[in-house]
Design a protein around this ligand. Sequence first.
Ligand code: GCU
Length: 407
Amino acid sequence: MKKIVACFFLLSVAVFSSSAQSEANYDESKVPVFVLPPLLANEDGKKVSSTQEWENDCRPEILALLADQEYGVMPAGDFSTKYEVVAVNPKSLGGKATCKQVKITFGKGYIEQPVILLMYLPNQVKGKAPLFMGYNFGGNQTVHPDPEIIPTSEAQRGAVRSRWPLEKIIAAGYGVVSIDCNQVFPDNRDGLRGSVLRLFGVNDETDLRMNTGQAMTAWAWGLSRALDYLQTDPEVDAKKVIAIGHSRLGKAALWAGAQDTRFAAVVANESGCGGAALSKRAFGETVAIITKGFPYWFCKNFNSYAGNEQSLPFDQHELLALIAPRPLYVASAEGDRWADPKGEYLSAKYASEAYELYGYKGITAEDMPPVNTPVMNRVGYHIRSGNHDITEYDWEQYLRFAKATLK
Ligand code: GCU
């Protein structure tokens, strides 16, 4: 029965998104004329010209606004946390990596929420390893055919192997932590009932206030809690943990990196609407489309901007700017018009003003770089040929970027 419901759900999402995708605007000449709120100005209009003013006033204002009006606030409250190393193989991936699986159990009263971190650490790195951490969509075992991976779903082993080129990442001297997002907040309309929000007394729709966070905020919170664990792991360089995510999980990585400055860098692969792309362009996926299709991703307040992007008191370049001065990489794909590559580029470019305050070069060119020609300053960007996906090419750029920026 569960499976039938899940299939029906997936089918209805697919039907919804294909009809929404064909109705969206892809015509540049129909992009509305829009005005972005100035990045370097406080809510009272006062201009910001130093990193101190940015950090003391402007940055906290933007963070609070995004939490209140878009992603939602994580409810507060006590809960318990238990760490257990449930499996270790020091000779994984042909002896090149140590595979470690750590179960974090969050608890509150009778509620227990287990989340398994699937970790691969490079054996060539003596001492603490830097690493990329991000969610997978459908189960830890989908990341690689490695039979030792503890499954977190019924999906096939290695099903999305191409999205996680572990051998290449390990050979470059980086580790990987992959987590099934469904263990933190199941990615469906009923997800709230199985999510970490239950630890805070949010059990169903009726417990949601207008600004209570849902999946995106829970996923961001989950990445921060995983980082809490990594800070205790002697094999991990917790000062070099890069939050990474593709698509919806790229939105979550950005929101995590924006809130938690312990993340050393953020990589958002084709994160699109509600991620890196500017909402006010209303190109491809819009606020109306995303809040209708995925009402459980954002807080309820965000719904009021559906079809009304021009009234948004912020835009997504402000989310990206919250990551400054830490390295940030935004990536698009040519065939992924749904995620609005140009909107992703412009957002990275406009966020660069915050990097410049710190004396870093961000994205400066007015025009997007040609396809497959990455720009790598403190802010990186590429548009790759091909469709919506995260590929080996994308990872190659992220590895180069990490090497160049995280010394
Ligand atoms: C849908 C959704 C996007 C999201 C994407 C994904 O297409 O509309 O906002 O980024 O799924 O996560 O793959």
